[in-house]
Design a protein around this ligand. Sequence first.
Ligand code: ATP
Ligand code: MG
Length: 427
Amino acid sequence: MNNLKNLRGTVDLLPDQLIKWQNVEKIVLEQLARASINEIRTPILEMTELFIRGIGEGTDVVSKEMYTFIDRGERSCTLRPEGTASVARALIQNGMLSNHPLQKLWYMGPMFRYERPQAGRQRQFHQLGVEFIGYDSVRSDVEIIALAWDILGKLGIKELNLEINTLGDLDDRSNFQKSFLKWLDINKDSLDLDSQNRINKNPLRILDSKNIQTKKVLENAPRLFNFLSEKSHKRYSALKRQLEVLKIPYIENFNLVRGLDYYTHTAFEITSGALGSQATVCGGGRYDDLIKQMGGPNTPAIGFAIGLERLILLAGKDFEIPRNTDIYIINQGLIAESLAMDLSRKLRNYDLLVELDLSGASFSKQFKKANKLKSRSIIVIGDDEAVKGEFFIRLFDQSSNGNEEELISFENDIKLENWINNNLLVR
Ligand code: ATP
Ligand code: MG
């Protein structure tokens, strides 16, 4: 029989790799907490209709990337390809928009898209998303961009580019679309096939084409920017001004329209040259019309999603370092083993990383293991000590000699606590 393998485009994350994931996630979650943003968790599996309505039929995600299947109850279900539609549904369904009109939320977890797997692109990948719900001011756009920027900054990631654009409101877009469709009618033969196919489905997305020839032709197309109302213009200028005040550098990219259909006004992406051809680590924008379109109250909102695989690639080697063992407990003999177990539980209450050797191997082998782990300190319990109700504890720093061994009685919690405070908790 052939060995079983995972599905194409999915990956196992192994313990060594997860050290980096956990270290990165820790920084990210701390930063979110400091910004007073609350977590929301929605199901990974949703009704297919949610994404058709919430993302839009003409999008790549809905038209060709969804993992959709019929369940045993003959319902069409889809593994979520993104988080925003689910968050919007959950807020509407749980009546959270009338009681708490203003909410700052984050989510993190796996997303599923049937795409061609390649570097930086998987079929199951992970996103961290943030949504500011009920916020309509330019300041909320600025705050959310700054938040994304600062999360990347906290991770020490340099050489990032923030690209911004404005998509105006629905009126601006429909005015633009009329003139763009006229232009497309004349120029369609010079576009790549993919773009030609979008003319009837989702013409705005043509602006986002990666095809070089198409990009060139588009240089002469009408500009959405020129169809913005006075109000939309003012909003965009204010955004740029406030980013400048915060010293967050940006590049204007008039072709940035993003893959999802429900964006209005601000759209932004953060890219890094270090990522190669899949350069976008964060994509976001305002979606003032989504919640109403989905049947909820008229609620403006803005959000972003960071691709965690790409974020992990960008984060430096510092994050690959596991937490050091604080105390390695070397123990041998029946009485010693049971006291050692008890002691390990007590020590973990001090938020120490305690490794209890369960091998029953010789003392010298256990010493070697403690050494290999570079444990900060060791405890030694043999049956001789155990019978007297005592154990040895000492720092385990090879470079400095004269590390006094301390003999502590199992009952003497005060002495133990003092030793820990003086030797391990001072960093
Ligand atoms: P792309 O242009 O790369 O397809 P997108 O517009 O489809 O991106 P979004 O839906 O905005 O991407 O998702 C936000 C982020 O999630 C992306 O910037 C990227 O970092 C990450 N992401 C999206 N699709 C994948 C994937 N298939 N594999 C890994 N990460 C992904
Ligand atoms: Mg995509």
